[in-house]
Design a protein around this ligand. Structure first.
Ligand code: ADP
Ligand code: MG
Length: 244
């Protein structure tokens, strides 16, 4: 099956920085959950910003559904409808005064009419279990609630791929467990998930496949059950097998 997204030999440096991506290649299989697993500074966030077209590689290429990425203005709009990114810090993503307005922003921006936009918002709020928060002020919410609003905003675009940067970072144990349950439900409904993490246990419970990431390169990609039980392989990126 054609992967929904591929990255081929991506190279990228921030101005004045050492290279953040150094010949990165990976494939995102459709309808599965992929963990980008590696230590801090490995380049995970930089990679996710490439996978929805926010950053453009210095060299190398990205394909979507077998087609080269389209960096025209129109292409980027379409790309971000199909591939939604949820940032690590929800405060970077929430702008509107209320939850309902925030989640409505994307669908209204798509040019959808009021009834269709409303239907999408209701569906996304229900999927994240936050329908009761609709009229709450976004800035008053807990970290876990904000994260759910940010994910609902992404889902309201009905993306084919949902990218999540360190989805459980900053959440308490209960909030993290609830979010994992929700993400598993989305995955079971057919949304392709790609999430970055330095947490081997999170990769174990949420990922079908794992890319081991270090120094801007994929050291290995394969089924989670194979990669995460390979002690020698994990040691190459400074990680240990999950505690089961
Ligand atoms: P990770 O998400 O795996 O922790 P990042 O993608 O954030 O890694 O960072 C990869 C490298 O790029 C690091 O060396 C980091 O310092 C650098 N970097 C990340 N963001 C920026 C930025 N906005 N400007 C300059 N350097 C950056
Ligand atoms: Mg990061």
């Amino acid at each position: 099956m054609t992967p929904i997204l591929t990255a081929e030999d991506l190279r990228f440096s921030f101005p004045g920085e050492v290279a953040a991506l150094r010949g990165l290649s990976l494939a995102v299989p459709e309808g599965r959950s992929l963990a980008i697993l590696g230590p801090n500074g490995a380049g995970k966030s930089t990679l996710l910003l490439h996978l929805n077209g926010t950053l453009r590689p210095g060299s190398g290429r990205i394909t979507m559904a077998g087609q080269p990425a389209d960096y025209s203005r129109k292409g980027l709009v379409r790309w971000r409808e199909r591939v939604a990114l949820v940032l690590q810090d929800a405060d970077d993503q929430l702008f509107a005064a209320t939850v309902f307005e925030d989640v409505s922003f994307g669908p209204l921006n798509l040019g959808l009419g009021e009834p269709e936009a409303r239907a999408r918002v209701e569906e996304a709020l229900a999927a994240l279990g936050i329908a009761d928060l609709r009229d709450r002020a976004t800035h008053m919410l807990s970290g876990g609630q904000k994260k759910r609003v940010a994910i609902a905003g992404a889902l309201a675009m009905r993306p084919e791929v949902l990218l999540l940067d360190e989805p459980t970072a900053g959440l308490d144990a209960e909030g993290a467990a609830q979010l994992v349950t929700t993400l598993k439900t989305l995955a079971a409904d057919g949304v392709t998930l790609v999430f970055s993490t330095h947490d081997v246990e999170l990769a174990w419970i949420l990922a079908d496949d794992v890319v081991l990431f270090r120094d801007g390169q994929a050291m290995a990609q394969g089924e989670a059950t194979a990669i995460l039980t390979d002690r020698a392989m994990l040691a190459r990126v400074g990680l240990h097998p999950p505690i089961l």
